[in-house]
Design a protein around this ligand. Structure first.
Ligand code: HPA
Ligand SMILES: [Zn+2]
Length: 363
């Protein structure tokens, strides 16, 4: 089907007619956008060892199996320590390109048609890797993803919140000559003790430069961090944000404004934000009318890419059915930073697929 073919929106009755056993296939087949993926978190142990050898970097683990065995996290910080150590193998433009290309191939297999990927330049600048090496390497893979996979890919530069705002401002100035290679800025790393207010000036400067603004908030931090990200940083999306349910007023505000939350269920369980997927608040967030999306965060570390997140989460939560699958995919396009006409074309593909599954279910 071409994007211009008119498609009637799938109806609630049609969604209700889709049998539960068809959900895994539907979740895998539906077109979707991924909006919360740290590209350094897509670095699989096998590629990490290959790059370590190529670049003469000592990893501190004797084997892929030993490294994987270390992926037993107790909280965000215990993950970040290993994640930054893993990123130390990345030195050349080719390294960044190879890592991103591997992610794009995996994402395309999951029917991701658009990805907005985070990168952490300060992790690399600190080790003497020029920012242009990082941006050019990732940009090259993004162009190849569009050309060879039909996957549109954009970059979002993240500031590390455990470092100073002055460091973030220096990083932004160093990146601005490459402004045309990235669409926005974000805020990640250790949340507690590093509230959004710490980065008010660098976000204001980024806004002046015409960049989109997002921030991690309410993963481990309190609802007040989500409010500060909205009010002080003026972000357009909240990454994670799951702790918003602790504040009824904030929940109402997020629903009314349709501020997107990029939720990462497998990450939340691995980092002990929730004990199990069955206890995740995704159904409550959807029921409250929020523009929630599902994402993989750091798939090489947390046990799965986007479809794995969707399939496992739906299997664990009987409240989630075809209507919620449709809402999540539709939200992923609504929440993306792409032109309205492109969003409409993807939503039309979504309607066509869900209608097909409904008709098959009714037969
Ligand atoms: O889940 C995360 N939270 C904060 N910082 C991060 N950096 C990579 N992943 C994460
Ligand atoms: Zn994240």
């Amino acid at each position: 089907m071409t994007p211009m073919t008119p498609v009637a929106p799938v109806t609630p009755d049609q969604l209700a007619a889709i049998p539960r056993e068809r959900l895994p296939a539907l979740l895998r087949l539906m077109p979707k956008a991924e909006l919360h993926i740290h590209i350094e978190g897509s670095l699989e142990p096998e590629l990490m060892f290959k790059l370590a050898e190529r670049n003469g970097v000592q990893l501190g683990y004797p084997s892929v199996a030993a490294l994987r065995a270390a992926y037993a996290f107790t909280d965000l910080q215990s993950f970040l320590d290993i994640y930054y150590a893993g990123a130390s193998v990345l030195l050349t433009e080719a390294d960044f390109s190879e890592m991103a290309w591997a992610y794009f191939e995996r994402a395309a297999a999951d029917k991701v048609v658009h990805a907005e990927i985070f990168f952490d330049p300060q992790t690399h600048i600190e080790r003497g890797v020029p920012i242009e090496t990082v941006i050019k390497g990732l940009g090259q893979a993004a162009r190849r993803a569009q050309a060879e996979l039909g996957l549109s890919a954009k970059l979002i530069l993240c500031f590390l919140r455990h470092l100073s705002e002055a460091d973030a401002l220096r990083t932004l100035e160093a990146a601005l000559p490459w402004r045309h290679h990235f669409i926005g800025v974000g805020l990640d790393s250790s949340e507690c003790g590093h509230p959004p207010e710490k980065f008010a000036r660098v976000f204001a400067r980024s806004r002046e430069a015409g960049l989109h603004l997002v921030a991690h908030a309410g993963e481990e931090g309190p609802p007040a961090y989500i409010e500060a990200a909205l009010d002080v940083l003026q972000v357009e999306r909240i990454d994670h944000g799951v702790r918003c349910t602790e504040s009824p007023a904030l929940l109402l505000r997020l629903a009314a404004s349709r501020t997107p939350l990029t939720v990462c269920p497998l990450s939340n369980v691995k980092l002990r934000v929730f004990d199990t997927l069955a206890r995740h608040n995704l159904p409550a967030l959807l029921a409250a009318g929020l523009c929630v999306t599902v994402n993989s965060d750091d798939p090489a570390y947390f046990g799965g890419y986007l479809n794995q997140n969707l399939v496992e989460t739906f299997a664990a939560l009987p409240q989630l059915g075809a209507a919620e699958a449709y809402a999540l995919a539709r939200n992923s396009f609504e929440a993306s930073f792409v032109p309205a006409a492109q969003k409409a074309a993807w939503v039309a593909q979504l309607d066509a697929l869900f209608t097909e599954f409904a008709l098959e279910g009714a037969r």
